[in-house]
Design a protein around this ligand. Sequence first.
Ligand code: FAD
Ligand code: DHB
Length: 391
Amino acid sequence: MRTRVAIIGAGPAGLLLSQLLDQEGIDSVLVERQSAEYVQSRIRAGILESASVDLLTKAGVGERLAAEGMEHRGIYLQWPGERHHLDFVDLVGRSVTVYGQTEVTKDLMAAREAAGRPAFYEASEVTPHDIDGDHPHVTFVDSDGSPQRIDADVIVGCDGYHGPSRQAMPQSGLRVHERTYPFAWLGVLADVPPSTDELIYAWHHDGFAMHSMRSHRISRFYLQVSPDEDIAEWSDDRIWEALSTRLGAGDPDWTLHTGPVLEKSVLPMRSFVTSPMRHGKLFLAGDAAHIVPPTGAKGLNLALADVALLTRALTAWLHEGREDLVDQYSDTALRRVWRCTHFSWWMTMMLHRRDEEFDAQLQLSQLRRQVASESAAAELADNYAGVPIGY
Ligand code: FAD
Ligand code: DHB
């Protein structure tokens, strides 16, 4: 089989790339290790920056997002005894939208199917070849067990942190920057209407807690736990008690509504940046090249921004033979990646409980500053609502 762009991984990055390339008249083929149902049901991110909303709308998948997405003007920041609203619209003129990654993925999959663009799900042994040469191609075994080969002008690795694309780059030329954190999140999806109109980020002596949502009926929560936490230790009752204590501490008149827990899992936290994001005819986008800790909701948005930049670059290259944008892709993408890596690290370090009381006092001082100083609040708002895609 021959196509112009072979895309490894059909998460949000791969799916959006195939959609945007299609709009430019460029053929692509997606190769994904999991089934479509599995990819669709993975519960992950929930917040879209305004630039991501614009991008998805331009990509032609904005209809349900506009109808069902919940636009938020800002967030609440709290610590024991105090809850404060930061209004991003007042501060920097941009909002964010609550719309689950599951829904973004469903919309992009529906668009792919409607357009009849080819995708191979449940592919195994997916491997990029000849990324330095004139015949780049991807080999894999399809869901029927038959060997397949896709020849392409370009291969794009959108295959997440564990995928084969980054491994296919000459390791001697790769620089990897990494940080692990001494905490993790217990993520909880619950069948209960949110107890807040906008997200609450809570500092607490027992550990960080967050109240998010997926709709007017479904709530999403996170609790700081240890990276080696045994989820079996967390009964639903214990979860609700911890959420109620940590989230309730900011406002004595506030009540947390409880309900059936639909899903719970422990999420590790890591910062990871690979540079460069291109070698020869192989390009990386999204989690294949970088991971941020989830505090600040940047992971999905960064993946979408990479794809926007890469579409522009590949279009100039494949249509006009112009190589300037593909040559600049890695540097341009990494500038934004490092901005978001810093913001996610900073939010994580400000909000998660560490052992030393000295750290706690620094964190509380920083939190008070965020709400007392308009310039400090605007800096947080500008990063959270999202820096421009070409930052
Ligand atoms: P992915 O969504 O990881 O997609 C990669 C795709 O490649 C997958 O479908 C995978 O199956 C496929 N793949 C992997 N290996 C192969 C292979 N060998 N061959 C073919 N295909 C392959 N971000 C936030 O902003 N907020 C959150 O709350 C949040 N929660 C998260 C929770 C979890 C458990 C995880 C893992 C991530 C979370 N993130 C969150 C990050 C966010 O979900 C990611 O940044 C986003 O999914 C990146 O999209 P992507 O398309 O680059 O990668
Ligand atoms: C969600 C996840 C985040 O990491 C975050 O900062 C805000 C919201 C969410 O899953 O809803």
